[in-house]
Design a protein around this ligand. Structure first.
Ligand code: FMN
Length: 206
């Protein structure tokens, strides 16, 4: 048997219990789950606006946003695929963060087509609204080269988590959907060649 100096042993410290501070953000984190079935209830204009702001809204006088961004270059775009009801004409909209506005790009209820592009995952068809997070990589690779792709992908995770956490607060579920046919989603959204879809986030009351 080898005598080991206790100082050489890896130190293991039992941490205080997580999520018990009563702090709001910890409560939201503890409750966050991916939700794949939604009630048949529309989302209001106000609720849609809140999710868009949570994902990419402007939160400082200097134009900084709710999600961190490498070099503050903001390569992400948010689209909303809105079905019948929901306070908007059905269609596909682009969020303009600087103005906090939605611009309709394609009219009509395209949820069924989006669901088919997402390997027919039913939640994408069922959700009254889905947000799509996409990246315009040249905005960030122009400064960081190939590494900019990684940075934009990381940023999409930040934005998606904001959406998840606001959802917990509002009783609205989402599920990060990464399994889809890129080219099909690009076709449904008529994305320009330099814009790549990263996430679909269906939204619906639980
Ligand atoms: C990058 C990524 C892609 C995902 N894609 C899908 C998807 O296409 N369909 C799906 O049902 N869930 C998808 N999920 C959700 C995971 O299945 C889910 O987060 C995991 O089961 C853990 O459950 P929780 O989010 O409730 O904690 C994805 C999650 C991540 C992070």
């Amino acid at each position: 048997m080898v005598n080991r100096n206790p100082a050489d042993l890896p130190m293991r410290v039992k941490l205080p219990e997580p999520g018990i501070s009563g702090n709001r953000i910890e409560e939201l984190l503890a409750k966050r789950r991916s939700v794949r079935r939604y009630a048949e209830r529309d989302l209001s204009e106000t609720v849609i606006s809140r999710f868009l702001w949570a994902a990419q809204g402007i939160s400082s006088k200097e134009g900084l946003r709710t999600s961190p961004s490498a070099g503050a270059l903001y390569p992400l775009e948010i689209h909303a695929v809105i079905g019948e009801g929901n306070g908007f004409e059905p269609g596909i909209y682009r969020y303009i963060a600087e103005e906090h506005t939605l611009t309709q790009e394609i009219p009509g209820d395209l949820r069924e087509r989006l669901s088919r592009a997402a390997l027919s995952q039913p939640m994408v068809r069922q959700a009254p609204v889905s947000l799509i997070i996409s990246a315009v990589y040249p905005r960030i690779t122009s400064k960081y080269g190939k590494r900019g792709i990684r940075y934009a992908d990381m940023e999409a995770g930040h934005a998606a988590q904001n959406v998840y956490l606001l959802g917990v607060e509002l009783g609205i579920g989402t599920c990060a959907v990464g399994a889809f046919d890129d080219e099909e989603v690009k076709k449904v959204l008529k994305l320009p060649a330099n814009e790549e879809p990263l996430y679909i986030l269906p939204l619906g009351y639980i």
